[in-house]
Design a protein around this ligand. Structure first.
Ligand code: PDD
Length: 279
């Protein structure tokens, strides 16, 4: 595999950033993940818009113009000969002797990697659906910023894995579902889709952004409102979205079956349309 690191393309196994990179020491960095369909980055603009927003919230300057970044992203895809896969981009504040406050005159570090994805395996997984567990959302109050500070997500997703589940559903102190460990969450109740609104400390998923018009076109009613874990468990369908999993049905939460315990028809139909549009 080939990675892009601060202007240079090199073997991923040999590519490196400084031990004094602030991404490494403080998680002072943001990231994006694109899915690649047929050699093309999906939702290119949506992810770049969110990247710019994340950077601006942390007062990190865009390290290069958007058009140049686009060229580099495509070059990483090309050099890795990715037809179906994922691209990861990380931008940190830069390298400086350790000190909590922002260093002056520092250049952001930029790293881009890519890997292939087996769409057939993913399709089989979606056809079976995955299990989820619930966990208290112990993350910070700015989950709208896509930072690499993901320790609560890492720990919760590890716990999910140890319990035979593929995702964790975070629940806030009032019992409301926030989002998944690396996904947005939706439920279907009486034929209506519910998903938490973006104002309430969750990441504005690009997949979510693109799915909402698809839902609108399908004629299914969508309400952007919070729902509790109990509502999710009683829903006829639960599904999650992200660039990595696209639209993925959830068939159980904490070993409680959702609906009949099989992927729901709405989730499956939305997945089909989403992939069709992304291609
Ligand atoms: N995660 N919520 C969280 C907490 C996420 O980490 C992600 C994405 C999403 C969905 O965003 P999008 O639809 O733009 O992928 C929601 C990426 C894929 C990851 O961490 O690997």
């Amino acid at each position: 595999r080939i990675a892009y690191v601060n202007g240079v393309y090199e073997r991923t196994s040999e590519a490196a950033v400084s031990i004094e990179d602030r991404g490494y020491q403080f998680a002072d960095a943001v990231y994006e993940v694109w899915s690649v369909f047929d050699g093309r980055l999906a939702d290119l603009a949506g992810h770049l818009n969110r990247l710019e927003r994340s950077l601006s919230e942390l007062h990190i300057a865009m390290p290069m113009p958007r058009t140049s970044l686009l060229v580099v992203l495509n070059e990483v895809v090309r050099r890795n000969r990715i037809r179906e896969g994922l691209v990861y981009l990380q931008i940190s504040r830069g390298v400086a002797p350790r000190d909590h406050v922002f260093p002056v005159d520092v250049r952001p570090s930029i790293v881009i990697t890519a890997k292939p994805v087996d769409r057939e395996t993913a399709a089989r997984k979606a056809a079976t659906g995955i299990k989820a567990i619930s966990a208290p959302d112990i993350r910070w109050g700015r989950c709208d910023i896509k930072t690499v500070g993901l320790l609560p997500n890492v720990l919760a997703k590890q716990k999910a894995k140890e319990q035979g589940a593929g995702e964790v559903i975070f629940v806030d102190a009032d019992g409301f579902v926030t989002e998944g460990g690396s996904t947005n969450v939706y439920i279907v109740v009486d034929g209506v889709i519910k998903t938490r609104s973006l104002t309430a400390n969750i990441l504005a998923g690009v997949t979510r952004l693109n799915l909402l018009p698809i839902i609108a076109e399908s004629g299914i009613e969508l309400r952007e409102e919070s729902f509790t874990l109990a509502e999710a468990k009683a829903a006829s369908e639960v599904f999650i979205t992200a660039a990595t999993s696209l639209v993925m049905p959830i068939i159980a939460i904490d070993d409680h079956k959702i609906g009949d315990g099989k992927p729901g028809p709405i989730a499956c139909a939305l997945r089909e349309v989403y992939i069709e549009r992304a291609r």
